[in-house]
Design a binder for this molecule. Structure first.
Ligand SMILES: [Cu+2]
Length: 154
């Protein structure tokens, strides 16, 4: 019998499975998520932005996002183009080890589209962020964004 060693188990299931098990323990997460918030919506609003601070423990690339609150969650980048603010999908956002990047209004954000229901102030919206390391290892980090109309004050 040839049992898979720890290395091939990692390769087969990805670090995601391991991280999912230890999601509650931030110590093991490769990326720390702070001050996550989502802009509350009015009835029938179909999209909104989610913002946070991300601090990577090692070089990784943010490759996507997912939330049960939205049909589609995309990493978006706002930029000025000839005086016009434009928004486009950012497929890969590199994070440098030890550096904090801020997803904020008017800049990088997670766009939640096809919202399942109204997001009200104080709601807690679960969010899964996907990352890829330089060696190809994939991981996921679970976060929770608090709904409001302004960034959290602490
Ligand atoms: Cu957007």
């Amino acid at each position: 019998m040839n049992f898979p060693g720890p290395k091939s188990i990692l390769a087969r299931y990805g670090l995601a499975a391991l991280l999912a098990v230890g999601a509650a323990s931030a110590v093991h997460a490769q990326v720390r998520v702070d001050r996550a918030w989502v802009r509350a919506t009015v009835p029938n609003q179909s999209a909104t932005g989610t913002f946070m601070r991300l601090t990577a423990q090692k070089d990784v690339v943010l490759t996507g996002a997912h939330s049960p609150a939205a049909g589609i969650a995309e990493v978006h980048l706002m930029s000025m183009d000839n005086g016009i603010m434009r928004m486009r999908a950012a497929e890969r956002v590199p994070l440098k080890a030890g550096q904090t990047i801020e997803l904020k209004s008017g800049g990088l954000h997670i766009m939640m589209m096809d919202l399942k229901k109204q997001i009200k102030t104080g709601d807690s919206v679960p969010l899964t962020l996907s990352f890829a390391a330089a060696d190809g290892t994939l991981s996921r980090v679970e976060a929770s964004a608090t709904a409001g109309f302004a960034p959290p004050t602490r």
